[in-house]
Structure formats: structure tokens, C-alpha cells
Design a protein around this ligand. Structure first.
Ligand SMILES: NC(=O)c1ccc[n+]([C@@H]2O[C@H](COP(=O)([O-])OP(=O)(O)OC[C@H]3O[C@@H](n4cnc5c(N)ncnc54)[C@H](O)[C@@H]3O)[C@@H](O)[C@H]2O)c1
Length: 440
């Protein structure tokens, strides 16, 4: 099939590359000329495991092209995927300007039947707005071209995006158009070979499903973070509690890790947007407001712990920080807890030297020279008053503890991801402060 992805970010690029891999002819469109230049010169604008090979292979096979040429991109695809950003507006609602600009760009140019697929995370009712924007542009041109609008929210996880797209848990397709559903069933058939994972539903339910999923996941994280605080007060160990409750199949082990708060480009904005959507509909979502408030507080907890140990004034103190990305296997730093932690440390007069396996270029773009960067985890340690572990990269899981002890000014570790066993740390002569690890 002929597919165009509008937006070549995490979602658009992965979607385009995976669809090309199955034999479709894909054009990736972006307004960011720099991104397209990087892609056309054989590189990748983002870090995503397995994506580079996929892009290179399909470009070489002539099934995947990238362009800034809107006319050519709209003309190419029968299926046009909108995968542009939906950042939070000032009031927390999803800012739809990029989605609607994409819709208008389609309406201004299309001359044959198109299926316009909303893959961006968009509030309930957005498909109606997309349909109206396209219809308005067609009317302005005085032409009548058939089209359908479909909601096909994306559930991939950054860091495992290619895998997730290739082996989806479910494919949600919201539409009231039989022909469009048929085309999407055919497009997704190769991803559905063991059993049918495609769930067809109405548009609004499809749009809502994405927010419901992210809100649930964010809730699990805030739930565990709040219980971690209580565990510490009560002298209980949240890690043992986590294992104890995860064994219940109704609860399960996934997404029960306490830490420094959730970040990234999805949970924070999607929780806010759902709260806003509800408010506009006359409903206060008390639970999700609490989820967000707990998360905001959690991002400060590691520095609170530092201050409880070393004093509120951190002037003259120097800290090693391991992990800048909001989670492992990505270079994405949108809403990363590390940004709040760095800000707090600097505001209190401290200096910071950080290491992240892939996010340092992005960190430099955001933080500039406000902190120092080390090429290796060990390189960040020299002369620091303490080590703060912020992202659970595999490379940080089994470090050389003796080297950490030798390099730090004092053997002090603030473990924001509970990577290390308190008893082992004690044995090694390291003072360990984890998240919710009372009594161990
Ligand atoms: N990142 C994720 O893990 C993830 C997962 C599921 C859903 N989503 C959702 O998917 C959407 C995209 O997220 P992302 O992380 O890929 O964003 P992103 O910022 O990485 O990419 C968006 C791209 O769209 C481009 N763009 C903006 N307006 C355009 C236009 N009119 N024409 C062409 N290109 C345009 C931007 O230049 C950018 O490259 C969001 O709604 C997000 O919530 C993201």
C-alpha cells in the first residue's frame, strides 16, 4: 500500500519504517528540514534500538523515502498517518495546532480518496475536528473528494518502539467507515499473524482508549511512589512489598517500580490532558489529579533525601549523576525527572557531573554547560560528595562498587531507581539511600 506518515518523530518514523518493512511504500514527511536531511543522509534524528537498520534497509530497497515536500507526500499516500506532536497547552489541554495543520495541509491538496489516520494521541472528539478541517479546505477549493478519518492510537514504548510496533499487544482502530476499516485490516494483517489483535471500535472510544491506558500506567507508578514514602516511615521495604503484591495476577508485576517519578513525552501530558478534557465535560477527575500531584512531589524526593543528609545549603558540594534520559534505551529527555533534580541541585549551590549512555547530546542541548558531562559512568564520580542514580540503564546495574567508593569524597549513594541491595551496599561500606527501603 501507499502510505504517508506526517511527522517523522518517535511515532511517525517507527510507524513508517515498520510499515515499509512489510512491503508498503512509505513516504515520511516532516516540516523539520534538519530531521529530513539527517534521514536522507542515512542517519537517525533519535535513538531507538533497531531502528537504524530498519530505516537503512528499507531506504535501500526503495520502499522508504523522506521529504519536506508536502505536495508530493500528500499525493503519494492513500493512507495518511498523522503522527505529529500534541504538547500540553497552557491549560493542560492537548495543543492540536500541529494535528489540525496537518489535516489542513491534506485538505488543501488531496485529489483522490484518502484515509486520514490520527496516530497522535488526541483528545476525544479530535477526529471530528480533523474531518471538519479537511472538509473546510475542500470546500474552499470547491472540490468534492471522498475521505475517511480513522483513530489509530499508538501504544509503542520508547526504547522498545520497533519491537512494540512489530509485535503489538493490540491494534486499536476507531472508525465508522467500512472501506477505511478494510484497508487498515489489510495494512496491519502482517502484524497479526498468530492471532487477530485488531480491535475495531467507534472513533471516540478509540481516542479515549489511549488516554485510559496511559492514565492507568501513570496511576500505578504514583501509587507505588506514595506507598514507598509510607514504607520508609513505617520501616517496611517497598521492594519486598512490590514482589508480594505483584504475585497476584490481578495486580501483576509490570509498572510497579517506585522511583523518581514518571516523565517522558506521554504520561505527564496525557494525564494533564485527560484531567482537562474531563473538566471541560464538567467532571473533576480527583484520582488523576492526585496521580499528577504525587508525581510532581516525587521528582523532588531524591534531592530532599540529599538535603536531609547533607543540609539544605549545597553550596560547594559536587554530585555525580548517572542517567539523564527519562527512562533507559532512549535519548528522550522530555519531562525527564533528571531535569528537576539537576535544577534543584544547582539552585542549592551544588555542581553536577553527569553521564548517560545516549542522552548526553540531548542534555547538552537542554542544559548547556550548566552541568559537566563525563564520557563514562566512572568519569562522573571523581571528587563527588555523592552519587545520584536517576535512570535505570543496564550499565548502572552492576557497577564496580569499590571504584565508586574510591572515587567519591564520601561513600554516599542516592539510588533513585532501587538498583542496589541495601545489605550488599552496607557490606561494601557504602551508605545507600533508596526509595522506600525502610528496615533493610
Ligand atoms: N513518543 C512516544 O513514545 C509516543 C507513544 C505513543 C503515542 N505518542 C504520541 O504520538 C504523537 C507524536 O509523538 P512523538 O513522540 O513521535 O513526537 P515527536 O516530537 O518526536 O515528532 C513529531 C514530529 O512531527 C513533526 N511535525 C509537526 N508538525 C508537522 C506538520 N504539519 N507536517 C509534518 N510534520 C510535522 C515535527 O517536526 C516532529 O518531527 C504525540 O501525540 C504523542 O503523544 C508518542
Amino acid at each position: 500500500m501507499k502510505v504517508t506518515t506526517i511527522g517523522t518523530g518517535y511515532v511517525g518514523l517507527v510507524t513508517g519504517a515498520c510499515l515499509a518493512e512489510m512491503g508498503n511504500h512509505v513516504v515520511g514527511l516532516d516540516v523539520d528540514a534538519r530531521k529530513i536531511e539527517v534521514l536522507n543522509s542515512g542517519g537517525l534524528p533519535i535513538h531507538e534500538p533497531g531502528l537504524l537498520e530498519l530505516v537503512q534497509r528499507n531506504r535501500a530497497a526503495g520502499r522508504l523515502q523522506f521529504t519536506t515536500d508536502v505536495d508530493a507526500a500528500v499525493a503519494h499516500g492513500t493512507l495518511l498517518f498523522i503522527g505529529v506532536g500534541t504538547p500540553p497547552g497552557e491549560d493542560g489541554s492537548a495543543d492540536l495546532q500541529y494535528v489540525l495543520a496537518a489535516a489542513r495541509a491534506i485538505g488543501q491538496r488531496m485529489s483522490d480518496y484518502k484515509v486520514i489516520v490520527d496516530k497522535s494521541t488526541v483528545p476525544v472528539g479530535t477526529a471530528d475536528q480533523v474531518r471538519a478541517a479537511v472538509a473546510e479546505e475542500l470546500a474552499r477549493r470547491g472540490v468534492d473528494v471522498p475521505f475517511a478519518v480513522v483513530s489509530n492510537p499508538e501504544f509503542l514504548k520508547e526504547g522498545a518502539a520497533v519491537d512494540d510496533f512489530m509485535r503489538p499487544d493490540r491494534i486499536i482502530v476507531g472508525t465508522d467507515d467500512e472501506q477505511a476499516l478494510l484497508l487498515l485490516r489489510a495494512l496491519y494483517a502482517p502484524f497479526n499473524r498468530t492471532h487477530d489483535r485488531l480491535m475495531a471500535m467507534d472513533l471516540r472510544s478509540a481516542e479515549f482508549t489511549k488516554y485510559a491506558a496511559n492514565a492507568m500506567l501513570a496511576t500505578r507508578i504514583s501509587f507505588m511512589n506514595e506507598l514507598a514514602r509510607l514504607a520508609e516511615r513505617l520501616g517496611a521495604d517497598i521492594e519486598q512489598v512490590r514482589r508480594g503484591i505483584g504475585a497476584d495476577p490481578r495486580i501483576g508485576y509490570h509498572f510497579l517500580y517506585p522511583g523518581v517519578g514518571y516523565g517522558g513525552s506521554c504520561f505527564p501530558k496525557d494525564v494533564k490532558a485527560l484531567v482537562r478534557t474531563a473538566r471541560d465535560a464538567g467532571l473533576e477527575l480527583q484520582l488523576l489529579q492526585a496521580v499528577e500531584a504525587v508525581n510532581e512531589k516525587q521528582k523532588h524526593w531524591l534531592v530532599d533525601k540529599v538535603c536531609a543528609r547533607l543540609g539544605q545549603d549545597l553550596a560547594g558540594r559536587h554530585f555525580a549523576l548517572w542517567g539523564l534520559a527519562f527512562k533507559p534505551n532512549t535519548d528522550d529527555m522530555r519531562e525527564a525527572p533528571s531535569l528537576v533534580i539537576v535544577d534543584e541541585l544547582l539552585r542549592r549551590g551544588a555542581t553536577v557531573c553527569a553521564h548517560d549512555p545516549v542522552a548526553m547530546p540531548e542534555a547538552r542541548r537542554l542544559l548547556g554547560e550548566r552541568i559537566a558531562y563525563a564520557d563514562t559512568p566512572e568519569g562522573a564520580l571523581a571528587g563527588a560528595d555523592a552519587l545520584l542514580v536517576v535512570t535505570e540503564w543496564k550499565a548502572f546495574r552492576s557497577p564496580d562498587f569499590d571504584a565508586i567508593k574510591a572515587a567519591l569524597k564520601q561513600p554516599l549513594v542516592f539510588d533513585g531507581r532501587n538498583l542496589y541491595e541495601p545489605a550488599l551496599m552496607r557490606q561494601l561500606g557504602l551508605e545507600h539511600h533508596g526509595i522506600g527501603r525502610g528496615g533493610v
